[in-house]
Write a new protein. Structure first.
Length: 393
């Protein structure tokens, strides 16, 4: 793979260089395509600071929640195969969903007032949480104590047993709240397809799209390409947060794979791999002569599916603050207002280490930013990347 430059590259490279020079990122890989042709691709900075290993176009990244659109596409392939309807109660496949309790206050719980549907799981309106705010939210405190402590050494089925003992934050359909719901979607794929979730992704998405570096683990022969994870430290803006040798994405020596195949945040990938997936979605379900989903299914996934009464979203994947004009589809955040950093109908999502991808069907743009910095949205990189692209395309 080689660097690809175009008139837009100078804007994007200036943004990238500024971020790296200000120590807001160790290194970045950026890609922009238009009308299916890659018009910009570049790698700057370091994949690993200590060893001075330069960032490369084939560096491998923890994409965390950029896994979610892939999981959603996988589930919708089963929808097209007649396995379910969007309004079906999910307890048909996961009986524990029928008996969940909803936290009220002071350790009091209510029964469910309605069934959790697959549509609600795909749109984060099922009532689940993630445990991101344990100091201010009693349900999140439970998630942080139980979910986060156990998630890495459990299988997907074992994790579901633990997670589905936790109460809901809200009654299904009454709140948009970013959550573990997409992990449950991955478990539904496993149950409906009657095979491990990762195997279904490999057969249905990764192999046909030639996504050769996308997986739930980094194999030994690829570890030299695995980017180091950085974040804010007390005295260092680029503190190494994880030793790659001990990363949850590195399988134990006696196992070929990691235990947990998380549909919500478990994949690693490269920018080129992820572009193949994103371009398939932009093409409304097909790439290189292969059909993955029907155009109408992609259209359904990439329009707002959240009731207006539940908007604005508390989190849109671009800015840390609630912003009017965004909705949520089946795995993607949807821009519903014209602005200077997008088009009506553009959609995307990012990952916990500040990776990001969005797709603009109006201008036929795919933009992807890969880096490894936590917590995400500490800096304005996603927003600035979009600005740099639209300023030049």
């Amino acid at each position: 793979m080689s660097t690809i430059s175009s008139p837009c590259s100078s804007h994007i490279n200036r943004f990238t260089e500024k971020f790296i020079n200000e120590k807001k990122s160790a290194g970045m890989v950026t890609l922009v395509s238009r009308q299916g042709e890659i018009i910009h691709q570049n790698a700057l900075g370091f994949q690993d600071i200590a060893s001075q290993t330069p960032m490369a176009l084939d560096s491998i990244f923890r994409i965390y929640s950029m896994t979610k659109p892939i999981t959603s596409v996988a589930l919708m392939t089963l929808f097209e195969n007649g396995k379910f309807n969007l309004d079906d109660p999910a307890h048909r496949w996961i009986p524990a969903l029928k008996t969940l309790k909803v936290y009220r206050d002071s350790n009091k719980y209510d029964d469910l007032e309605g069934h959790i549907t697959i549509l609600q799981l795909l749109t984060h309106t099922a009532g689940f949480s993630y445990g991101f705010d344990p100091d201010n939210n009693s349900v999140d405190k439970l998630y942080s104590e139980v979910w986060d402590a156990l998630k890495q050494n459990k299988s997907l089925a074992e994790l579901m047993e633990i997670a589905l003992d936790l109460p809901l934050l809200a009654q299904p359909g009454t709140l948009w709240h970013y959550s573990i719901a997409t992990d449950i979607c991955g478990y539904l794929v496993e149950l409906m397809a009657d095979m491990p979730f990762g195997d279904y992704l490999q057969q249905t998405i990764f192999d046909p799209l030639n996504m050769v570096d996308t997986a739930f683990e980094v194999t030994e022969d690829k570890r030299h390409r695995f980017a180091t994870l950085y974040g804010l430290g007390d005295d260092n803006p680029l503190t190494q947060l994880e030793d790659n040798k001990d990363s949850p994405f590195i399988p134990p020596a006696n196992m070929g794979k990691v235990s947990l195949q998380s549909g919500g945040g478990g994949l690693v990938s490269t920018i080129t791999d992820y572009w193949q997936f994103a371009q398939m979605v932009q093409n409304r379900g097909q790439l290189n002569g292969l059909r993955f989903l029907k155009p109408e299914t992609i259209d359904n996934m990439t329009r707002n599916q959240v009731d207006e009464s539940l908007l604005p979203l508390s989190f849109n994947g671009i800015s840390p603050d609630p912003i009017d004009g965004y909705g949520f589809g089946l795995g993607y955040c949807i821009n519903m207002q014209q602005n200077d950093i997008g088009s009506i109908g553009d959609f995307g999502w990012g990952g916990m280490a500040d990776t990001y991808c969005w797709i603009d069907p109006v201008k036929q743009i795919v933009g992807i930013l890969m880096q490894q910095f936590m917590p995400s949205l500490t800096h304005s990189g996603r927003l600035d990347f979009r600005r740099a692209v639209y300023a030049s395309v």
